[in-house]
Design a protein around this ligand. Structure first.
Ligand code: V47
Length: 379
């Protein structure tokens, strides 16, 4: 039997397993490239047959990306943890005057980026709390500082919550703010702050902060202004299955309209030191893999699904590559948000460690830029 017929055998076994799981109708849609419905999404989240869901997602991933698994060499800078909001899931935020509160001046941000000049970093990822008093110019200066330290770096910064805040305090039109950000050197936006795009969850765990409609409206503005961005979902706390599916469908609709999303990133909730610490447990391996797989299957118009190793853990992120994920994020360097909430993952991985995780799982590591251009090995 040659390799080709083995592949056939695998395919027919997979199909049989999916049919036995009672998911043949969804599989037929996936194979024909048909869009999955809300009810399909709920079934994918609720079926006990996780392997069948994973196989379907894996087929989609393979169709789109083969064995390629993307990563980048990046650095995180969380320029302040001082935040006017008190989201129940967040252990990172602090109030002014607290011992752990900090604020980086633009020159500290510049220094942080300079510290990594000996590494081939291509992206700085900057998100932070919503500071009560820093003026609009501060945000532009933070971007300018990163670019001053490393002019060729891609600045991926500011969640929709931060962008909305800037729009409000700038005293300028939306067009002017986006022009200022572009001129300062902003390249794209990360996908944080979406949490779960459903009013019930918003009221219960992040009521003071921008809600579902606000996040979507700001994302629309950002994409219409020509910036690419990512989208996340914070899962594994109080959200219900139907709410997860609603979240995915809202993202899918916005992508149909604007097309500016690059990756979907399900973020596993870490409860320690948060107001939801009584949860007492982290997400399960089952829910982690299912979140990746259902995201891949529902978000038929998203090019990439990212397994963010810091929140998933390296083990779960590696497994996720066979459940629909085709990206594992990057080297990171000095992550604070998940570490404040209790992760025991390292602060950073080097490119060799990332490539090892990907290789060992049977995939091909491909270094990318923030916007998914491939960087040739040794470049
Ligand atoms: O917006 C906060 C989440 C986000 C916790 O776009 C928590 O490439 C888990 O969005 N447990 C920030 N999650 C991180 C983020 C991100 C990370 C990596 C890559 C990209 C990208 C985006 O983290 C926040 C919030 O949704 N978060 N607290 C917690 N205790």
């Amino acid at each position: 039997m040659n390799l080709h017929s083995y592949a056939h055998l695998d395919e027919s076994l997979a199909t049989k397993l999916i049919e036995r799981a009672g998911l043949g109708d969804i599989d037929a849609k996936v194979r024909n490239g048909e869009r999955l419905s809300f009810d399909d999404g709920v079934r994918l989240y609720e079926t006990p047959h996780l392997a069948a869901v994973g196989l379907m997602a894996h087929r989609v991933r393979t169709r789109m990306h083969g064995k390629k698994t993307y990563f980048n060499i990046n650095q995180h800078v969380n320029y302040t943890n001082i935040c006017i909001y008190s989201c129940k899931f967040c252990a990172f935020a602090a109030k002014e005057g607290e011992e752990r509160a900090y604020l980086m001046t633009p020159s500290i941000v510049e220094e942080k980026v300079r510290e990594q000049l000996h590494r081939p970093v291509t992206e700085v990822h900057m998100v932070a709390g919503i500071h009560p008093t820093m003026p609009y110019e501060y945000y532009l200066d933070v971007v300018r500082a990163a670019k001053r330290a490393r002019p060729d770096i891609h600045v991926k910064a500011f969640t929709m919550v931060e962008i909305d805040h800037m729009l409000k305090i700038s005293g300028k039109s939306e067009d002017e703010v986006f022009a200022d950000l572009r001129e300062a050197g902003l390249g794209s936006c990360p996908g944080g702050g979406a949490e779960v795009l459903v009013d019930r969850v918003h009221k219960a765990v992040f009521r003071e902060k921008q809600g579902p409609q606000g996040w979507l409206d700001t994302a629309r503005k950002v994409q219409k202004a020509g910036f690419k961005m990512n989208a996340t979902m914070l899962y594994g706390h109080i959200e219900r299955t139907d709410e997860r599916v609603t979240h995915l469908i809202k993202l899918r609709e916005l992508q149909d309209e604007c097309g500016g999303f690059m990756a979907y990133i399900p973020l596993a909730f870490w409860p320690y030191h948060t107001d939801l610490a009584n949860f007492g447990h982290v997400t399960t391996g089952h829910l982690d893999q299912r979140s990746i797989a259902v995201g891949r299957l529902m978000l038929d118009n998203f090019p990439h699904v990212k397994a963010y190793w810091i929140m998933l853990t390296q083990e779960s992120a590696q497994t996720a590559l066979s459940f629909g994920a085709n990206d594992i994020d990057g080297t990171v360097t000095e992550e604070k948000i998940t570490h404040d909430a209790g992760t025991t993952e390292p602060q950073a991985l080097n490119p060799q460690q990332i490539a090892h995780l990907i290789h060992e799982a049977g995939y091909e590591p491909v270094q990318r830029t923030t916007v998914y251009e491939e960087i040739a090995a040794g470049a």
